[in-house]
Every structure is written in C-alpha cells, then in structure tokens.
Write a protein that binds this ligand. Sequence first.
Ligand code: BTN
Length: 331
Amino acid sequence: MDSLESYILRELLMFEGDYISGSALAKKLGISRVAIWQHMENLRAQGYIFEAVRARGYRLISKPDRLDAALVRAYLPLRNRPLTLTILDTVDSTNDEAARELAGGRTAPFVIIAREQTQGRGRLGRQWLSEPNGNLYLSFAFRPKVATHRMPTFTLWMGANLCELIANFCRISPGLKWPNDIYFGGLKAGGMLTEARLDADEIRDLVFGLGLNLHAPAGGWPEPLRALATSLEAQAAAPIDVNKFTAAVIGRMLLAYEKFVEGLPLGVLADMWNRHDILRGQRISASHGGGLVTGTASGIDDEGALLVRTDNGRIERLRAGEVTLSPRNKA
Ligand code: BTN
C-alpha cells in the first residue's frame, strides 16, 4: 500500500462528511492533481467509496470495514508514521512470520497482522483459534537493547498498557490474569505471547504477539471455548471499528515499548498491573517447575513475579507458571 494513499485518507477522514478539493490535497501532499486522481482510483479499487463533485472536491462516503493497511496507517498517531506495517490475508503464525523477517534482516520495529492464522499459537504450545472473522492477530518485532534479566516484566508491562487502552477505547473494564491473559469476569478475550532470541546475556530480537477477540466466530465459540471465551464487542455491547482500534493498539504498544526500553521507575509496573489484576485476593493454585503452590494471590512485584501467600503465611514468588483459580472462587 502506497503510504501517500494513507496521507490522502488521513485528510479525507479529517474532513469526513465534508468535501476536500483535489487541488488542496495536491498542494498539501506536494503532488499533481492527476496523481491525486490516480491514488483515489486505487483506493476505489480497494473498496473505498468517494463522491467527487466539480468545484467542491472529494468526499468519503464509505470505507472498508475489514482490516485495511491504508486505513490503519491513516489512523496511526503521527509519531508512528515511519513504522512499517504488513497485513497478510493468511499466515501460519504472525509470531513466526515476524521471527522469519527479523532473521532475514528486516529493519525493526515492524508489525505483522494477519486476517487469519493457520497455526496460531498461545503459551505452552496451545492452539490460538485464528479464524478470518475480523479478530486481531498481530505481532510486533523489536530489537531492544535491554538486559535479559528484564524480560520477565516485558509481557506484564505490555499487558497492563493494553488493558488501559482497551478500557479507554471500548469503555469497558478488562482484567489481567498473570502472566499474559486479558479477561472479563471468568472469560478470556485476549492473550499475549512474547518470544525472544538471546545472544549470551543480550536480547538479539523479540517478537510480541497479541491475539484479541473482537467478535465471536460466526457460528459461535466452538467447544471447549464456549464457556471460556468472550469478545470485546460482546463486552462493550457495541461495534468496534477494527481499523481505528488496531491503530490505537499499535500506537499504545509502541509507546509502552519505548518506555520499557528507557527503563521503568520502581513501582510503576506493579502499581499498574495490580490495578487490573483479577487474581489478587483470590485463592489460586499455581504449577511451576514441577511443583504446586496453593494460596492467595497477592499481586506482583517489580520483577514481575506473582506473589502467593500460602496458608502458613509465607510469601512465595513465582517467576513462571500456570495459574488456576481454586473452584471455590469460581462458584
Ligand atoms: C495465550 O493466550 O497463550 C497467548 C495467545 C497469543 C496469540 C497471538 S495471535 C498473534 C500471535 N501469533 C501467534 O501465533 N500467537 C500470537
């Protein structure tokens, strides 16, 4: 997608419902009116509908409601314009594609989005249902200059930022389940998968993958997800503009990444996480390194470890593991 088309769209979106003249567009973008006309034709071919009226100019009548690279780019905050963004119809996994492109030398950061994944993955090798139904499957590729010991906090920090973005954008209240899930009540709406390649004690590159349910699949959630999954639209009880939302997610995630690389002041991560933590105060079991800890979840610390107060009053710090809410919390 020609980025000039994103600039044209940005102008049309600013004037949405009103006319903008071809010559004003041409002047602003420093290209000829004929070039503007050519780009408008390209956009029409991609499903945009414009009204063109002599002496008044162009007016945007309708835009695609599926993921569209020009539209996502047009909605991106100005500071993120240089970012390269690829939208694929289908791919095995956006995390795998991002890793392949990093290995091939593509300049980072960049974002890979797919309308469908044939081998979408979650943590612990689980499958991530990735039908082409307008849900979001995207991966960010980075080459961060940070020490490896900071990595356990990365997904948590990105998750806390994502949670705040979803809350503001959709006017709903998502929760975080340590270490990588977005929840509403007992239902999961999204997950994150961070995969880093390390060189000695340095991070060579890092892929941060994000799967977010915007809608339920057309035929409803298949078993066993029926009782476990939800979508942002179901929670908001309102449609979500996928292109605007995707741009907002990208903008917030890039900002969060920059702050992470600069270094987070002590307390900031734990404060932010603990505000959205759905486990805090709940009885949980956590399996980790072959062992099982049972107790009350008590938030995270600044190193991203989950704190569990056991029945004998000791605080266990879990750096990795799989958490299950105890049945009496679920009732
Ligand atoms: C989890 O809940 O365990 C994490 C799910 C992460 C899914 C996303 S979808 C985009 C990216 N590509 C993948 O294969 N996985 C992540």
